[in-house]
Design a protein around this ligand. Structure first.
Ligand SMILES: Cc1cc2nc3c(=O)[nH]c(=O)nc-3n(C[C@H](O)[C@H](O)[C@H](O)COP(=O)(O)O)c2cc1C
Length: 346
């Protein structure tokens, strides 16, 4: 079934194929049923997850299909990136798929329908078993990025199970500068300060890029600890291109995801886990296309794992397949639950 669907969707350009997938998930009366196993359930950041596999940000930008994603087996979904105002993003074409390399390059630039539409969609939530993360970013033409984050986090706060501060998209000019120590401290201070009066404490994650030098990750870790941020999502897409990739990938501008990102994102995950030893929560993302890949990230220290590109290549039954493989892998290693495997190979 997935094969027929994927072959059909390949007839369209990647962005149109994505829009069709969203419509199918939204309206299809038949969706694969979630696979469940007790050994995959875990608690992270005070939230209950039925399994550790989530849909990464960027797939459900406008919060249209998170209910369906929960239905087909995702343990959680991160919707967004949402910006305060609607925005078109960069000129098309802006998404490129490389089937042989199982890779995607995108330079979408936070195309989304804005916060009001987003929250109206979130209000249609009917599944509370699968946590909902909201990933926020600034508008491209914003005069002050920090103000955008502060306003937006306060706007979406009550509707989210957790919130992600996205400072790592390569497609919004100057966004990644927020990963520099001084800028990041200013941003975190402003966000944390603005939430002081909130009654309920919600987990906040920062999503980082995999392209910085090693020292800068140490700066990020120290700020995350200093301001009690829950953890890091490692990582967003990369602007680097390994030499062995075909020239069409080398030459296309944008963030690269999928298989070629796997090792690079794992290196950062490994580095950050070794520095933090479980004191902050890590969500691993980048190049996961099987249970074995997800398990590798968990053993390197990820408490949760997200996927995007492989879902586009393999179709909706991928998430059940990953979860089934995870159950086999933890059994094989003699663990009773997935939680026991976190960091076991770091
Ligand atoms: C088409 C596309 C759009 C994306 N949009 C976003 C986004 O809006 N916000 C974000 O934080 N990450 C975004 N990402 C990055 C993914 O969330 C993820 O970090 C990255 O793709 C690596 O995971 P993968 O290799 O499983 O795809 C996007 C990725 C793709 C392929």
């Amino acid at each position: 079934m997935d094969k027929i669907l994927i072959n059909l969707l390949r007839q369209f350009n990647p962005e149109t194929a994505h829009n069709i997938s969203i419509k199918l998930l939204k309206y299809s009366p038949i969706l694969p049923k979630a696979y469940k196993d007790k050994s995959l359930a875990l608690n992270v950041a005070g939230l209950k997850f039925i399994n550790p596999i989530g849909m990464a940000a960027g797939f459900d930008k406008n919060a249209e299909v998170f209910n369906s994603l929960a239905k087909i087996g995702f343990g959680f979904t991160e919707c967004g990136t949402v910006t305060p105002k609607p925005q078109y993003g960069n000129p098309k074409p802006r998404v490129f798929r490389y089937v042989n390399d199982e890779a995607i390059i995108n330079r979408l630039g936070f195309n989304n329908k804005g916060a009001i539409n987003f929250l109206s969609n979130v209000s249609k939530r009917n599944n509370f078993e699968s946590p909902l993360g909201i990933n926020i970013g600034p508008n491209k033409d914003s005069k002050n990025f920090i103000d955008d984050y502060v306003n937006l986090i306060n706007h979406v706060y009550d509707c989210a199970d957790y919130i992600t501060i996205n400072i790592s998209s390569p497609n919004t000019e100057n966004l990644r500068k927020l990963q520099n120590k001084n800028e990041l401290e200013e941003l975190i201070k402003a966000i944390v300060g603005s939430l002081q009066d909130k009654e309920k404490h919600k987990p906040i994650f920062i999503k980082i890029n995999p392209d910085e030098d090693k020292e800068s990750y140490k700066d990020i870790i120290s700020l995350v600890s200093k301001y009690s941020i829950s953890g890091l999502i490692i990582s967003n897409t990369t602007v680097q291109r390994e030499n062995n990739l075909p020239s069409e990938i080398q030459n296309e501008i944008g963030g690269l995801s999928g298989k070629p990102l796997f090792n690079q994102a794992n290196e950062i995950l490994k580095l950050v886990y070794r520095e933090t030893q479980g004191s902050i929560i890590l969500i691993g993302v980048g190049g996961v296309s099987s249970g074995y890949d997800a398990y590798q990230k968990i053993k390197l220290g990820a408490s949760l794992v997200q996927i995007y590109s492989a879902f586009a290549f393999q179709g909706p039954s991928l998430v059940n397949r990953i979860n089934k493989e995870l159950v086999q892998l933890i059994k094989k290693d003699g663990f009773n639950s997935i939680a026991e495997a976190i960091g076991s190979g770091a």
